[in-house]
Design a protein around this ligand. Structure first.
Ligand code: C2O
Ligand code: CU
Length: 489
């Protein structure tokens, strides 16, 4: 502790006493895991699948007799799971009934910039925004959440988040568990602290890393357990916390199969007993159960490549997340297929095709030395080209890096081949203190010189404070347009 604490400054004692989940409130597994409903949809005459999402204020009883003020989509807290097929046209009617402006960003989705739901597509209080696009990317576990500049953390913490699942021909054929809510479970993990009935969002690690709650909830359920009736269960893990990093594993250290990352299935399953997710990242894992057993999904201390436990972002804690209870008789499940991705492979860019490289220096105070400005385009990329971006965290604390619109390939971490969990399709990657991560990205979307996409740290208070930049995709030789300071407010 001494050595690492020296590197991160003074007030660590406060942190150990206020946010160490291993010593705070033992998890009792008294509540059955809530599974967000699948959002109903209608199909227009032209074949477009249409969803309705209403942002609303309400209250939720997380604990008996205590009504917590919360926000949700189509309900009091969190949102339904949207689901669509590759090749489909989708449209979402987003109605904001809150008394302040917000937005809805489709995290991980490949779509035109003006449909992206970033800070330039604000939905004012009382108004409706109706983005539409054609789903053109592999089956994956994506999610949606607000993105109002400077207030994303607050809006997500109050409960505005949901999953967006994509299917394709390949995923429909594969013998993976795929019955939603039965052997295919959304597992959205968030940390919370209560002050009486209310959420208390003031718990900050060294004031700077961000909020670290003292309890976890899954899909909005505290102390959750899930009954499992199948021999194999697929967990779609999403870190929807605003700063905490989780290193998921099971209490008996059993191996599980990692089958998918942020943007889709891996080429082949990878057997492991830990998978680390920083805020915004997803992992799909398949766990094999024995009849009648109980096993607990936990978060373990994070060890980096040097075997060090990294004491940041709550990464040193061990705590329970979700108990799985297997029935006495389990329906047999097929073996996890040895080959997962479709014939088209991972559809990831190749570094050899890169026509340009860029460098991003990640600091708490901003990226490449400046905080985000709504009316400044930081990078202009050419449609149809591949680039290599170097992400460097020179030292103040752990960050991560998320890029809108694309799924990228992680080329190397500190010059070394990435571990299996980083070899799939990624839209968010952790960049620990002192690390350099190189990624290859291909910008295939439609060009729009006037509407930027974002790249940013997904520790939400960092993003809110300006660890974000904007890029536009243009035609060859075209220049970036002008962006208004408060577009769409
Ligand atoms: Cu999930 Cu720009 O964010
Ligand atoms: Cu950060």
């Amino acid at each position: 502790v001494g050595v690492l604490a020296a590197g991160i400054g003074g007030s660590f004692a406060w942190y150990w006493t206020s946010a160490d989940l291993s010593t705070v409130g033992k998890v009792r597994f008294g509540n059955e895991l809530a599974v967000p409903p699948l959002a109903p949809s209608t199909v227009d005459k032209d074949g477009t699948r249409v969803f309705d999402l209403r942002m609303q204020a309400g209250s939720t009883e997380f604990r008996d007799g205590a009504a917590t003020p919360t926000w949700g989509f189509n309900g009091d807290h969190l949102g339904p799971t949207l689901r669509a097929e590759r090749g489909e046209r989708v449209k979402v009617r987003v109605r904001n009934t809150l008394d302040e402006a917000s937005s809805v960003h489709w995290h991980g989705m490949h779509l035109p910039a003006r449909m992206d739901g970033g800070p330039h597509q604000m939905v004012g209080a009382g108004s409706t925004w109706t983005p539409h696009w054609k789903v053109d990317q592999p089956a994956s576990t994506l999610w949606y959440h607000p993105h109002p500049h400077g207030a994303t953390e607050k809006h997500v913490q109050r409960g505005l988040a949901g999953m967006f699942l994509l299917d394709d021909e390949n995923s429909g054929r594969l013998a993976l568990p795929k019955t939603y809510g039965v052997d295919d479970l959304p597992v959205m993990v968030q940390d919370v602290t209560f002050d009486g009935a209310k959420f208390d969002h003031g718990h900050r690690f060294l004031a700077n890393t961000g909020f670290l709650g003292d309890r976890t909830m899954v899909n909005g359920t505290l102390d959750p357990y899930a009954e499992v009736g199948d021999e194999r269960v697929r967990l779609r893990l999403l870190n929807a916390s605003t700063a905490r990093i989780y290193t998921f594993g099971f209490d008996d250290d059993r191996a599980f199969d990692l089958v998918g990352t942020d943007g889709g299935l891996l080429a082949a399953p990878a057997s492991m007993n830990r998978v680390q997710l920083s805020p915004g990242e997803r992992a799909e894992v398949v766990v094999t159960m024995r009849p009648g057993e109980r096993t607990v999904l936990r978060s373990y201390p994070w060890r980096d490549g040097n075997g060090w436990e990294r004491r940041f972002n709550g990464g040193d804690d061990s705590f329970d997340v979700l108990q799985l209870r297997a029935a006495e008789r389990l329906r047999p499940s097929p073996e996890v297929p040895g080959r997962l991705a479709a014939d088209r492979g991972l559809e990831l860019p190749d570094a050899d095709d890169a026509v340009r490289s860029r460098h991003f220096e990640l600091r708490r105070s901003g990226i490449n030395g400046q905080p985000m400005a709504m009316d400044r385009i930081d990078e202009t990329v050419t449609r149809g080209t591949t680039e290599v971006w170097t992400l460097r965290n020179g030292g103040d604390m752990t960050h991560n890096f998320h890029v809108h619109d694309v799924q990228f390939r992680v080329l190397d971490v500190n010059g070394k081949r990435p571990e299996p969990a980083l070899r799939g399709r990624k839209d968010t990657v952790a960049v620990p203190m002192g690390a350099t991560v190189r990624i290859a990205l291909r910008f295939d979307g439609p060009s729009d010189p006037d509407v930027p996409y974002m790249y940013h740290c997904h520790l939400l208070s960092h993003e809110d404070d300006g660890m974000m930049g904007q890029f536009v995709v243009v035609e060859k030789g075209q220049r970036a347009g002008e962006v208004p300071d408060h577009a769409g407010h």
